[in-house]
Design a protein around this ligand. Sequence first.
Ligand SMILES: O=c1[nH]c(=O)c2[nH]c(=O)[nH]c2[nH]1
Length: 324
Amino acid sequence: MSYNNETDTGRGGTDRRTMNYGKEQVAVYRTYANPLEGVRTIPESSFDGRDNILFGLEVRVQFEGEEFLPSFSEADNTTVVATDSMKNFVLHQAGEYEGATAEGFLHFVGTEFLETYPHVEAVTMSATEYPFDERPVPGDDGFDPSDLVFRVSDDESAFGEIYLEREGDELRFEEQTSGVTEIELVKVKENSFTGYVQDEYTTLPEREDRALYISLDVFWTYSDPEDALGDEPQRYVPAEQVRDIAQVVFHEVNSNSIQDLIYQIGLRVLERYPQLESVNFEANNRTWIEVRDDLDGDAKVLREPPRPTGYQQFSMDRSDLEEQ
Ligand SMILES: O=c1[nH]c(=O)c2[nH]c(=O)[nH]c2[nH]1
């Protein structure tokens, strides 16, 4: 499932045609945004907030509204807000936002869009964070994180999407998705893959112990979408903590498949955050192929896997936790 490339949200039922337009890949950077403070900590993570000295997002905007029909069917641009203007709007609002989260920013900009353009019926705003890492520099007592220099990172990044629609004079906010994408983890031993179908097509040897390399996207929804905004930090689920849960569960569990592993991660996420309604996974198997296992102890030589690659998708909600 690719939330950020979704072009047809499918909302509005079967009686309505697909009609939307917008701007994507709007890169926006904000220095000295407000810090995220007061989040609840969990045993799996040391994350307790972020300074937001450097905050970067790649934003996607999508407008919907019946009044856009003439722009498609009659070449009439009277109602069209140019997508170039949407980009300028997002950039401007990055200076106005006073909160501390990606989801909060998306909700803020979406609200401003609907208030500014009364003919827009609904807006979907999504974003992927550009990750930056604090760099350690010598301080008075060992190394401290620099508050000036950041490493441009290609690590996992936070994801957010919100859907806002007009209902009379009110704005309705009932749909959101948060996430963390492109987590990449390798566990060198204590993973198995056994017991699968053996027939004339099977060439893969069973493995009691394999090195397992996964890439993982995790998405979640809150029972109350307002909790996604971060205005009440105690109820906000930081992407950094979910990433840390994934790596801790990977460390702790001797899984018999990626399917088994993501289920265990999902249970832990639902356990830690009662405010969440659902967790969704997309995993990819990047496991290396063993070339030599004749070395001392657990040592092996491995190589890149050839194409094609396997994947797993799975969604969970609180009923999975209750069944345990
Ligand atoms: O964790 C795994 N799940 C699978 O379904 C699978 N299939 C496969 O060939 N290797 C793996 N590994």
